[in-house]
Design a protein around this ligand. Structure first.
Ligand code: SF4
Length: 491
């Protein structure tokens, strides 16, 4: 075992200059896999922020760690599957291969239909499709992993032969993670979402009775995190407040701690309307940073996507949240172009949203090219006509997407309106009003702000007023990333 080195590249630290901006959270699957490998006695480590490393430095660091050993490099493509990401990973692997005699490469989180068709994954020796941490663990335990990795037909593809979803995961905080108080860790209470919105193409939707995390596991996780200095978290759940039982698990765990973690999560606003006890549960559990996928405050449009909330209901709920706890940060994600909406109503509702949300962002509606091999395409992708959309040509810059028009707009106009609204809001209020709650939580971990009450002032003074200011090398988030890289290099 000591003659093999596993290095798991975590593509954390979003390089995308849109709603997520500059995040420095550290995704959980890589750390869970690292833990399984360490437990089995393997030499394993995670390297965070793959996109931010100077690649020459990273190559040298990896080669130094793998000296005299067989090297297994691992990448997760769940949130890292754009063409340029794969190109960067492949280039990096090729450089390592030029300099090391024995390298194998594993990719995880790839959709099963993509593994076969995309030549861009050909640099991998072994592919685990979907959510397959348990399968990987099984293969590592039995040793089958090494047979699969060395098969002649590359890449070897592992599909999960069951519809069971891996249970929710937490992780350990090993010293080679170089954690500190500015870090944001990620955990899960339960995976999947019980809803089925018509525009959503997420594969774990419509899940009934998901497995919840054990209270004890959460207590141990938070205590270990605090020992490592970490008190800020993202809940990886697709919806953190879909069920009372789920929120109870978190509240019970947090009650057993001697500190209240700060937690950011995706939430459904309709589940909180006139439900003070649910808002109190979130508040007591430390869930103080909420991403609401509101999509539209126009009831006509909202009901078409199966969310069914009116502007009045949404505003009431947002006010009820602030009445329970003004320290809860609220972000709204909106879609421009939904059937049943109109520019005039979107603009009116933008004013309401600005008054009642801490920040908000618009994206245009995207319709994906229909691919029968992917069962989980959204209802709109599968049958656009039924939902009021006529699709047109495949997009020249992205062959996964198609053009569309409906009764009031089309993909180009919707795209322009989304950009215009974001720019107008930024010009008037600055980026404090357009960045996501995930960014707020990262900023809070960096000590930039304490609560939404001081957010506008602190955001402006520590980051600046426009999106361009986030490109500076000395943002608090970027400094966390730089410190991590420096510590990792010093190992
Ligand atoms: S949009 Fe959100 S709430 Fe709706 S199905 Fe998808 S994950 Fe669930």
């Amino acid at each position: 075992m000591n003659d093999i080195k596993f290095i798991i590249m975590n593509p954390s630290g979003s390089n995308a200059w849109f709603v997520n901006h500059l995040l420095h959270n550290r995704p959980v699957p890589a750390h869970t896999i690292d833990h399984h490998l360490k437990t089995l006695g393997y030499d394993s480590t995670v390297i965070e922020y793959f996109t931010y490393w100077d690649k020459e430095q990273l190559v040298n660091h990896v080669l130094k760690g793998a000296q005299g050993k067989k090297l297994v490099l691992m990448f997760s493509f769940t949130l890292f599957n754009k063409a340029n990401n794969k190109h960067d990973a492949a280039n990096f692997v090729n450089t390592i291969k030029d300099n090391h005699p024995d390298v194998r490469v594993i990719g995880g989180g790839i959709k099963d239909y993509e593994a076969d068709v995309y030549a861009s994954y050909k640099f991998l020796d072994l592919i685990y499709c979907g959510r397959s941490i348990n399968k990987f663990k099984e293969h590592a335990e039995s040793g089958e992993l090494f047979d699969l990795i060395d098969q002649l037909n590359k890449p070897c593809i592992v599909n999960i032969d069951t519809t069971d979803i891996d249970p929710p995961i937490t992780h350990y905080f090993y010293p080679d993670g170089h954690w500190d108080q500015r870090d944001v860790a990620v955990f899960e209470i339960s995976m999947g979402c019980k809803f089925d919105c018509t525009f959503c193409s997420y594969d774990l939707r419509g899940i009934k009775n998901p497995t919840h995390q054990q209270v004890d596991a959460l207590v141990n996780y938070f205590n270990a995190a605090k020992e490592a200095g970490v008190t800020h978290f993202f809940a990886g759940d697709d919806t953190i407040n879909e069920e009372d039982s789920k929120m109870e698990v978190l509240r019970t765990a947090v009650k057993e701690l001697d500190f209240t973690p700060h937690i950011a999560g995706f939430a459904r606003v309709d589940m909180l309307h006139n439900k003070q006890y649910r808002i109190e549960t979130l508040s007591e559990s430390g869930v103080h940073s909420l991403f609401f996928g509101i999509e539209s405050m126009n009831y006509n449009a909202n009901r078409y996507i199966r969310k069914g909330a009116s502007a009045q209901k949404i505003v009431q709920t947002l006010q009820q949240i602030k009445e329970v706890n003004p320290n809860i940060y609220t972000f709204g994600g909106f879609i421009v172009g939904l059937e049943g909406d109109s520019e005039q109503v979107i603009r009116q509702n933008n004013e309401l949203a600005l008054q009642n949300l801490d920040s908000l962002y618009y994206n245009p509606l995207y319709i994906q090219r229909y691919r029968p091999e992917w069962d989980w395409m959204s209802h709109i992708d599968k049958d656009p006509q039924k939902y009021g959309y006529t699709t047109t040509e495949v997009m020249p810059d992205n062959d996964n997407l198609v053009g569309w028009y409906n009764s009031w707009t089309d993909h180009e106009k919707a795209g322009r309106l989304a950009v215009t609204l974001n720019e107008e809001n930024e010009r008037k209020y600055g980026i404090s009003k357009t960045v996501s709650n995930w960014f707020y939580t990262c900023a809070r971990a960096c000590g930039v702000t304490q609560s939404p009450l001081d957010w506008t002032r602190s955001c402006t003074s520590k980051y600046g007023f426009t999106l361009n200011h986030l490109h500076r090398r000395n943002t608090p988030n970027r400094m966390v990333i730089d410190t991590y890289i420096k510590n990792k290099l010093g190992e």
